[in-house]
Design a protein. Structure first.
Length: 192
């Protein structure tokens, strides 16, 4: 028994004024499995959306909607409580002025690490960059970068938290960058 939901952003004021411009990650509430089991822990979810810059030629986002998905047998009411929309500036991202002539993804430092590590990468041209962390089963743990970036060398700090703000467990993780046609992965180890 579960209910899923997907956050969507729109350039129109109402979600029926325009199709969605960007879709967030699909998320899921898992419900108790028996009638006797009434324990239910509320979980905080969040989604990051990068609002286009004015010079990107795209309209700003004006509305947020949530699409509900029913999985299996479900009967009842679902409430979304304490919706909070915040403008968040990238944290822990630093662009360094250096001559760059190729794409690179360097080994994180320190490695192994606890509690934070720095990932350094360079892009030789303006590109849309995604930098994500995955567990060893290939599940996304954290999206660090999902935005257009100018040519340069960048340092990104990861504090060992997942996309929901919870600390992850010790273990081996994979980080992957995609920028233009460049795609590279490396491993890192979190020790507690």
């Amino acid at each position: 028994w579960a209910v899923g939901f997907t956050p969507l952003v729109h350039s129109g004021w109402k979600n029926n004024d325009s199709p969605y411009d960007e879709k967030g990650p699909d998320m899921q509430f898992a419900f108790p499995t028996t009638k006797a089991d009434t324990a239910f822990d509320w979980t905080q979810y969040f989604a990051d959306f990068t609002v286009p810059s004015p010079d990107a030629g795209k309209p700003d986002y004006k509305a947020l909607s949530v699409r509900l998905h029913i999985y299996g047998r479900f009967q009842g009411v679902v409430y979304f409580d304490d919706l909070n929309v915040q403008k968040a500036l990238p944290t822990g991202v630093k662009r360094i002025s250096e001559v760059v002539n190729k794409f690179t993804l360097e080994q994180n430092y320190p490695n192994p690490f606890n509690p934070t590590t720095t990932i350094r990468y360079s892009i030789p041209e303006h590109a849309f960059v995604t930098l994500r962390i995955y567990d060893m089963l290939g599940r996304e743990v954290k999206t660090l970068i999902n935005a257009e970036q100018n040519k340069g060398v960048y340092n990104v700090i990861w504090n060992g938290e997942n996309n929901y703000g919870s600390k992850v467990s010790s273990g081996t993780y994979i980080y992957r960058i995609e920028a233009g046609n460049y795609n590279q992965i490396k491993k890192m180890i979190l020790l507690k």
